[in-house]
Design a protein around this ligand. Structure first.
Ligand code: URC
Length: 291
């Protein structure tokens, strides 16, 4: 048996950076979680403990803070690209940078002075960037997670397999609820326009969720991905993961009460997990963009 070093990468995970921009008394805040993962000529670090090729993860973390100060934080895709290109461009031993950013949104406390904020729901905006440095391959994937949505009607589920373990009753009217994780790949990495693109893709997801008369969460998922690609030319692949947040009709007959789709038990686990990719089949495949 020969034992060899396989693929490896390293970096500082989850640097939490908050940037305050002061516009007189009115402040603007950005709240990010940045994950950096670098790879390249790291064999010696693993095989002999020679760290000559290693940029410390501590320096990576410091770079995030320094760039937030120096460059400000624009669209998270741009910030991720800036960091990824910096690491591959400044250190010859680093051949590949992967930078992942989550953004937590804050809105203003109504009628407050300009420095009071309230976290906006659970939804998180995401970006995932890969860069091999100047002239090398790049990819940009934008997205969101924990976008919680619910249709209180317009959802059916029937016609499924019945085996010896099936107890689920077919339904023509149920609640359909999910917490959407969606990511979408940009056709041209570094093409810009990320803010408008994000807002439009998010709107497409919500509209398709609301407008689809659902025969399954799988069908709804496909319609959501499809709508994004139909409306946004700059995007070529959408990946979705949607837990089926089951709402079970409660049997109220022991209490002499009927229940015409009005009272539900919202179960949190187990849940069905529906995942799928919708893509433009003419776009070049880029499996590494999602890693
Ligand atoms: O939309 C659904 N898809 C399924 O695959 C499934 N399975 C299940 O039990 N309920 C549902 N609902």
């Amino acid at each position: 048996m020969g034992i060899v070093l396989g693929p490896n990468r390293y970096g500082k995970a989850e640097t939490r950076v908050v940037r305050v921009r002061r516009d007189g008394d009115v402040h603007h805040i950005r709240d990010l979680n940045v994950g950096i993962s670098l790879s390249g000529d790291m064999d010696e670090a693993h095989l002999t403990g020679d760290n000559a090729a290693v940029l410390p993860t501590d320096s990576q973390k410091n770079t995030v803070f320094a760039f937030a100060r120096e460059h400000g934080i624009g669209e998270i895709e741009e910030f991720a690209l800036l960091l990824a290109r910096h690491f591959t461009g400044s250190q010859p031993t680093i051949r590949h940078a992967r930078v992942e950013v989550e953004e937590y949104a804050w809105s203003r406390v109504p009628s407050s002075s300009g420095h009071s904020f309230v976290r906006s729901g659970t939804e998180v905006r995401t970006a995932l960037v890969h860069s091999e440095g100047t002239g090398g391959a790049e990819s940009v994937v934008s997205g969101l997670k924990d976008l919680v949505v619910l249709n209180s009607t317009g959802s059916e589920f029937h016609g499924f397999i019945q085996d010896e373990y099936t107890t689920l009753q077919p339904t023509r009217d149920r609640i359909l609820a999910t917490a959407v994780t969606a990511r979408w790949r940009h056709r041209v990495p570094g093409g810009g326009g990320y803010g408008a693109s994000f807002a439009a893709a998010r709107r497409c997801l919500l509209e398709a969720f609301a407008e689809t008369h659902s025969l399954s969460l799988q069908q709804t998922l496909y319609q959501m991905g499809r709508r994004v690609l139909e409306e946004r030319e700059e995007l070529c692949e959408v990946r979705l993961a949607m837990p089926n947040k089951h709402h079970f009709l409660v049997d109220l007959s022991p209490f002499g009460l009927d229940n015409d789709n009005e009272v539900f038990f919202a179960a949190d686990r187990p849940y069905g997990l529906i995942e799928g990719t919708v893509l433009d089949d003419a776009a070049p495949a880029a499996p590494d963009a999602w890693n």
